[in-house]
Design a protein around this ligand. Structure first.
Ligand code: ATP
Length: 195
């Protein structure tokens, strides 16, 4: 199965582009959504999370305490790495199981940290989505009701586009939603030939 990775910084438009692929019938795997699900549902992940962060990392309804987790990972790169090392192997395992269930010429894997996690190496083609920082901040402020400062802080924790660009097979500049549709249709044609 041909695998296409899609990544980009916060608010660059990865999900918007993945939604286009979904609309034309391509299966899309969202690593970030799966990671959230696995945190709540995998007993192996749960016991490792409790071992490292204490049982209070889960709420009384057995779902992860997102506020507490955010507090841990935003303040310490090494703890963020720890959390990732607990979750990533499970997400990977689930991705390959998921691929085996798809009946499609190709699949799309959306992940915020595709390059950082090394998962891009398991893809056949990697796309980086970019947009000007000011534009991304404006979009995310509207979408999440967050402040420019909060978004800038998150951007500063991510790899810069220049670094990701070196590992990507292609970069899509998401400056204008209309203009990217022909590019996406061309890509779809190309990926179908591989499938
Ligand atoms: P995150 O990493 O935060 O999940 P993302 O890269 O998946 O972000 P999206 O959620 O796709 O980004 O886009 C962020 C916001 O910007 C959304 O509200 C989306 O509708 C809007 N947006 C994205 N691209 C465009 C565009 N070309 N024109 C107008 N709005 C856009």
């Amino acid at each position: 199965m041909y695998k296409v990775g899609i990544t980009g910084g916060i608010g660059s438009g990865k999900t918007t582009i993945c939604n286009f692929f979904k609309t034309i019938g391509i299966p899309v795997f969202s690593a970030d959504l799966e990671a959230k699900r696995i945190l709540n549902e995998s007993s192996q992940v749960r016991s490792q999370m409790i071992f490292h962060f204490g049982k209070d990392i889960y709420l009384s309804n057995h779902t992860i305490d997102r506020k507490k987790l955010a507090g841990i990972i935003f303040n310490s790169p090494s703890l963020l790495e720890k959390v990732n090392s607990i979750i990533h192997p499970e997400v990977r395992k689930f991705f390959f199981e998921w691929c085996n269930r798809q009946n499609s010429a190709y699949v799309v894997h959306e992940a915020a940290i595709l390059f950082e996690s090394g998962f891009y190496e398991m893809m056949d083609f990697n796309i980086l989505v970019t947009a000007p920082e000011e534009q991304r901040i404006e979009w995310v402020m509207k979408r999440d009701n967050s402040t420019a400062e909060q978004i800038k802080e998150r951007i500063s924790m991510q790899w810069p586009d220049e670094k990701k660009n070196q590992l990507a097979n292609m970069t899509i500049d998401n400056n204008n939603r209309e203009l990217i549709v022909p590019t996406l249709l061309e890509l779809d044609k190309k990926f179908r030939l591989h499938g």
